[in-house]
Design a protein around this ligand. Structure first.
Ligand code: HEC
Ligand code: HEC
Ligand code: HEC
Ligand code: HEC
Length: 263
């Protein structure tokens, strides 16, 4: 269903999430997207060897390559931590993970056009789903489809299965150093930003009743397309494009310095 390498065929990952692109998506499209995810999930049960999420830190099952995962003899399903074909949270793509109840401190700077001081809209949509694991308040294995949390262990996970503040993937609830998120972006804004992106990978996602920048605008939770090191240290994790700049320049006219996304 999904091949590796540059000539990517991504039938399971190419459609937009429910509520995406246009603001008036019909229930029909939502059903079609749901059917695509359900079909992919079913296929994956039978295709243990397929690349993608399996080879990333987002594979929290026993087969995961990262330090944080289910212990031997534990959960062997890969997608279950985020998606389920049944009884999902209605927010977005057949979502299976418990949502965070945290309130977040948002980015602000005096040069920002999107919103005024103290007026940042609340984090919503897919960003909120990501933060359900990354803010460290909810167990990684807390899923809607199981009565008990799925057990997850490893360096950077506390006894309740939550990411600890020293974990590589910990973001917490202070997003004041993170790129602005969850605001409607109709762009272009004062010559510094291009119009809303038209790109295969870098996209806007539903927010505040419109479309805007969310975590998956920069990160693909399913795989990493980066081939270029950041400062010789590492690759941008789960990156939507081959280099750091390639993502920024889909929306920005030039790279702004200093960039906020250090999280
Ligand atoms: C760590 C969380 C996570 C895991 C694990 C995960 N997904 Fe997703 N998936 C997401 C998020 C978030 C979205 C919505 C944002 C997006 O489209 O990138 C999504 C969207 C999708 C979509 C909608 C199409 C699209 O990309 O727009 C499909 C299909 C999908 N996932 C399939 C899978 C399958 C199959 C697996 C297991 C191999 C899987 N996902 C594992 C988080 C996850
Ligand atoms: C089911 C829980 C879960 C969800 C939901 C989730 N993640 Fe993760 N993510 C993890 C775990 C666990 C790690 C590995 C953390 C570590 O090693 O410290 C990770 C790692 C990452 C990393 C790489 C960190 C590194 O240093 O290599 C990025 C980037 C990331 N996630 C982004 C996202 C984004 C963006 C979303 C939403 C689209 C998301 N995650 C949703 C659990 C989750
Ligand atoms: C504007 C692009 C952009 C957006 C939006 C974005 N990130 Fe990142 N993210 C980055 C970059 C760039 C890095 C690498 C930073 C570094 O290594 O200094 C990164 C790193 C990470 C890491 C690795 C740990 C770390 O602190 O460096 C995690 C986890 C992560 N992002 C999750 C998220 C989540 C969750 C969201 C939404 C709440 C999000 N990101 C939104 C660009 C972005
Ligand atoms: C999907 C589109 C999109 C992507 C991708 C994106 N940005 Fe942004 N960025 C925006 C929008 C929209 C704003 C809000 C601009 C405003 O309101 O003035 C913004 C704001 C910023 C700001 C704050 C500007 C200020 O005046 O405070 C910085 C810095 C920034 N981006 C850097 C980056 C960097 C670095 C990257 C790549 C790692 C990146 N952006 C990727 C759309 C994007």
């Amino acid at each position: 269903m999904k091949t590796r390498g540059s000539g990517r065929q991504r039938p399971c990952f190419s459609s937009s999430p429910p509520g995406g692109e246009g603001r008036e998506r019909g229930i029909f499209e939502i059903i079609v997207t749901a059917a695509v995810i359900a079909a992919c999930l079913v296929l994956l049960v039978f295709r243990h060897s397929s690349a993608g999420v399996q080879d990333t830190k987002h594979n929290l099952s026993t087969s995961g390559p990262g330090p944080v995962k289910a212990p031997a003899g534990g959960e062997d399903q890969v997608c279950i931590f985020c998606h389920t074909p049944h009884h999902a949270n209605p927010v977005a793509p057949l979502w299976n993970h418990d949502e965070t109840q945290s309130s977040f401190e948002n980015y602000y700077s005096p040069t920002l056009q999107a919103y005024g001081a103290g007026e940042a809209p609340p984090i919503d949509g897919f960003s909120k789903l990501c933060l359900g694991c990354h803010d460290g308040t909810i167990a990684l294995g807390a899923v809607v489809s199981r009565e008990d949390d799925i057990q997850i262990t490893g360096t950077g996970v506390d006894a309740s299965g939550r990411l600890t503040s020293d974990a590589e993937g910990y973001i917490g609830t202070n997003l004041s150093g993170t790129h602005p998120l969850s605001f409607i972006y109709n762009g272009p804004i004062d010559g510094k930003l291009k119009g809303p992106p038209i790109d295969r990978y870098v996209k806007l996602f539903p927010t505040q009743g419109g479309m805007g920048v969310q975590c998956p605008s920069c990160h693909d939770p399913h795989e990493n397309r980066s081939t270029v090191l950041i400062d010789g240290k590492g690759w941008p994790p789960f990156w939507q494009k081959e280099s750091l700049e390639a993502v920024c320049l889909v929306c920005h006219v030039e790279i702004i310095d200093p960039p906020p996304p250090g999280h």
